[in-house]
Design a protein around this ligand. Sequence first.
Ligand code: FAD
Ligand code: NDP
Length: 592
Amino acid sequence: SILFPTRLRVIQHAFPDRSSYRAWLLEDGFRSHFTDPRALEHTSSPFVWFGTGEDTTHPPSSDSIQSYLGGHDATLDWCRQFMAPCETVVNELQMVDDGHKPDHGYDYDLVVIGGGSGGMAAAKEAAALGARVACLDFVKPSPAGTTWGLGGTCVNVGCIPKKLFHAGSLLNEAILQDSPAFGVQIASEIHANEISTKVQWPVLRENIQNYIRSLNFKYRVRLREKDVTYLNKLGTFKDAHTIEAVDKKGRSSTITSSRFLIATGGRPTPLSCPGADLAISSDDIFFMEQSPGKTLCVGASYISLECAGFLAGIGLDVTVAVRSILLRGFDRECSDRVGKYMEDHSKVKFRRGVVPSKLQKQENGQIEVTFSDGSTDSYDTVLAAVGRTADTEKLGISPLGIKVNPKNQRILGKYEQTDCPNVYAVGDVLDDTPELTPVAIQAGIKLARRLFGGSKEPMDYVNVSTTVFTPIEYSCVGISEDDAISKYGEDNVEVYHSEFLPLEWSLSNARSHSSAFAKIVCEKAEPQRVLGIHYVGPNAGEVMQGYGVSMRQGLTYKQLTETVGIHPTCSEEIVTLNITKSSGEDAAAGGC
Ligand code: FAD
Ligand code: NDP
């Protein structure tokens, strides 16, 4: 009788002399084996067995043979038929040893829909491994009419413009607040020893946009250099091996491929109250011709707080409408510290426990916002940052059996495999994965290597470091104190913490009352495995990256604190943490 594993992966292995090919069907401890599918395809030899032996280099003994399925195609058909309803990973068998490719008769081996972080990375990697690859990227204008070039969210309307605006705002703050303490005076702007600045939004915007345009150009060149066919077209599935591709002028063509990768990312979720179309989103803010002026940021997570932070940092009047808490999912104590710094230092106003219930244009051009508590205020700009929704609605995937999470339209699947055997998904479009650029890139590269390079390595979504680029930055890797306590119990968790003044802030009157913060969350039992590292302070992204490496190796408290620090840095605080929260001792370490 045929066994029906709940999870199955077909992996090919090719020997350099091409004399023999073997493949294993793997399912946890259960393994099967067959040799040279090409040669045996035309014979009646029983070359697909299901066995239980651990030895994968020799055929299983005849008494472990369970069933004969047929050749390469029959095996795949069997997998599709019986595995599809299960949690399936079916990597089509492919000869990769010396460039031999099965002649499947399609235009491409892989067509990637979406030329953002994940899509471009996968396309380039697959092409480097010898696959014939096309990558479609098409930007639908935002409701406010904004559009941009190749590269996806990160480069055009995400990480890159955000970080550059953030850098501009930090520079402005440093000049205004810190430079006097360091004796820096700006000759043309000295008024009775007070420095004032004015950030010229159009200049900042234009320089950032020029830089982004240079990146758009570089991405096109790189795709060409890597032999990836770039198509500035919108893709929609017609069947599992065919898409319709429509260009800007509405001209349509049909493209076929053995496999498809959906990497279409997400788009900002609009507000749903009356007048919602008066609000812009992060797809528009970086393109505004003139300064946004007095701004309301709706939402209290990464995007809203980062935008509120850089707008306040360049001198604008900014309010954040917080529905519930800041930075849901992050460490509560650290998130509150971010909020407090933004409130005290950057003068961002927080309206807590409210959402906009109506937006109305006023005669003076401002937008009057009525909040859920009945109060009103007027703003030049309302920025909605209330989450993102995957761009899957019009992709035509439902007839292929591909399921999405109804809450956010993100594709459901494991190991980047959708419910359609030859269609994969990476990046923001894949449900239950962090919406971060390096995650999309790495998942795309690893998938390409599994599909075309014989790799077996899955993407590891655990212990991904991240940084929130707020005026005081916050980076972390691993889990929060709150999550550790709910997972392991309060008695089983030890927290080491430290509140400290970064040396570079110590001369500045404006900063000397603020503090940075570091904490590590560990298992209490020896060897005190580190569960999470959190840092709120300057250069948080730079601080956390290396700790991210050590967390992947199973870092313990002892290993961390046996590491000699680099002095004088903020990062050294993490390797010298010794005050436990449970001791009740003050987290303020003080001094050098
Ligand atoms: P995307 O980069 O979104 O690319 C998808 C592409 O597919 C888009 O170009 C889209 O137009 C195109 N497309 C969609 N449908 C079709 C179709 N049918 N046919 C053809 N093309 C199509 N992450 C970080 O790691 N660090 C940060 O600092 C950071 N900051 C961010 C700031 C903001 C404001 C935002 C919005 C996001 C930020 N992110 C950040 C998240 C990061 O940008 C995303 O996680 C990343 O871009 C996702 O990459 P992706 O390949 O999944 O999709
Ligand atoms: P998130 O989904 O992370 O957060 C949405 C926020 O909006 C929450 O604060 C939520 O509040 C609030 N919200 C939801 N609906 C409403 C509503 N109807 N009215 C008012 N508030 C509402 O979305 P973001 O857009 O901030 O970010 C999307 C993703 O992009 C992030 O998860 C992140 O992965 C990525 N990103 C990464 C960055 C980085 O690496 N630095 C920077 C920016 C984005 P509540 O908590 O009450 O649900």
